[in-house]
Design a protein around this ligand. Structure first.
Ligand code: ZN
Length: 294
C-alpha cells in the first residue's frame, strides 16, 4: 500500500446512546434502562489513546449532564468537545427559539462538568442542517459557535444537501449548498468522495460499516491528497452488546449491518490517516478568522 496522503483527518464521534438515532426514536420506551454510551465512548477513548492521537467528540447535552466524569475524561485526554444538541432532536422539529434553548442548556451542562466551556463546534443530530433549517446557522453564530459539521453533501435516505461543496466552506445564510464568503459560520462537511462525477458517502456510520476497507481507503486517499476530511462514528457502533429492537428490514439493516467491522476498520484508518481535532485543522488553515464584514 502506498504511503498515506498528507492532509489530516478529523475523526469525530457523536456521543449519544443507543436509543438516540432517529430510526429508533419512537421504538424504545422512555423508561428503558439500558445504556451503552459509557462503554462505547470508553472503547473509543482507549483506542485513540493506543494510537496516541486526538479527535473531536460531538456530545449530546443529556449525556454530558448525566455523565460529567465522561466529559472530563474526554477533555483530560486532550480531545475536543463539541455540541450534538441537548436532546438529539433534529433541527427539523425545532425552531430558532427552541434551538437556542437547547444550545444554552448544552453549554450549562458542559460548564457543570468542566467548570469551563470550550465549545465552538456543532453537529446537528441526523445531519438535519439543510435548506429548510438554514436558520440554525445564525443562531449558532449568536450563541458563540464558530464552526458547524452538519452538512452531508449528497442526498441519502434520511438527510443530505445535494450539490454542497465537498471541502471546507462558509454556507450562505439561506442555503447551505452555496458558499458565501460572508456566511456566519465555517462548515466542515462529512467526507463524501467524488468519483468521475458520482458522489459516494464514505464519511462514517453505516457507510463505513457497509463498504469494504479497500474501497474506503482508496476513496479517502483520493480526498486526502487534496484536502482534510471528516469521519464520524457513534459509541453504540463500538460495543459488543448493542441492545436490539424490532425494526423494519431497511432500518434494521442500516442500524445493525456489519457492526463487527467497526473496531478493525477504525484501527486501520487511525493507522493510515493522521487524526487531528476539527478545531485544530480549521485554526491551522486560517478558517476560524472572523468572516469579512458584510
Ligand atoms: Zn446523532
Amino acid at each position: 500500500m502506498p504511503a498515506p496522503p498528507a492532509h489530516p483527518a478529523a475523526f469525530s464521534f457523536d456521543v449519544e446512546d443507543w436509543y438516540h438515532p432517529e430510526l429508533l426514536r419512537d421504538r424504545v420506551s422512555a423508561g428503558d434502562p439500558r445504556t451503552v454510551v459509557l462503554e462505547g465512548t470508553g472503547a473509543i477513548l482507549d483506542r485513540l489513546r493506543r494510537h496516541r492521537v486526538q479527535a473531536t467528540f460531538f456530545v449530546v447535552g443529556h449525556v454530558a449532564a448525566r455523565h460529567p466524569d465522561l466529559l472530563r475524561r474526554i477533555a483530560d485526554e486532550g480531545h475536543e468537545i463539541a455540541c450534538h444538541g441537548m436532546t438529539h432532536r433534529p433541527l427539523w422539529v425545532l425552531d430558532p427559539e427552541s434551538f437556542r434553548s437547547e444550545l444554552r442548556a448544552f453549554r450549562a451542562a458542559v460548564h457543570g462538568a468542566l467548570g469551563s466551556d470550550p465549545v465552538i463546534g456543532y453537529r446537528a443530530p441526523t445531519f438535519s442542517l439543510d435548506r429548510s433549517t438554514a436558520w440554525a446557522l445564525a443562531v449558532l453564530r449568536d450563541e458563540g459557535f464558530a464552526y458547524d459539521s452538519s452538512v452531508f453533501p449528497m442526498r441519502v435516505r434520511l438527510y443530505g444537501v445535494p450539490g454542497a461543496p465537498l471541502g471546507i466552506y462558509r454556507p450562505a445564510p439561506d442555503d447551505p449548498a452555496r458558499h458565501d464568503p460572508d456566511g456566519p459560520l465555517v462548515e466542515f462537511p462529512v467526507a463524501v468522495a467524488d468519483i468521475a462525477g458520482i458522489r459516494l458517502p464514505v464519511g462514517g456510520g453505516f457507510y463505513l460499516r457497509a463498504f469494504p476497507l479497500a474501497l474506503l481507503v482508496a476513496a479517502l486517499d483520493g480526498i486526502a491528497r487534496r484536502r482534510p476530511f471528516a469521519l464520524y462514528l457513534h459509541p453504540w457502533e463500538c460495543v459488543s452488546g448493542l441492545p436490539r429492537v424490532r425494526l423494519p428490514a431497511t432500518d434494521a439493516f442500516i442500524t445493525y449491518h456489519r457492526l463487527d467491522t467497526v473496531g478493525p476498520k477504525l484501527d486501520r484508518l487511525l493507522t493510515r490517516y493522521r487524526s487531528v481535532p476539527m478545531r485544530e485543522i480549521l485554526e491551522h488553515a486560517g478558517h476560524l478568522a472572523p468572516a469579512s464584514a458584510a
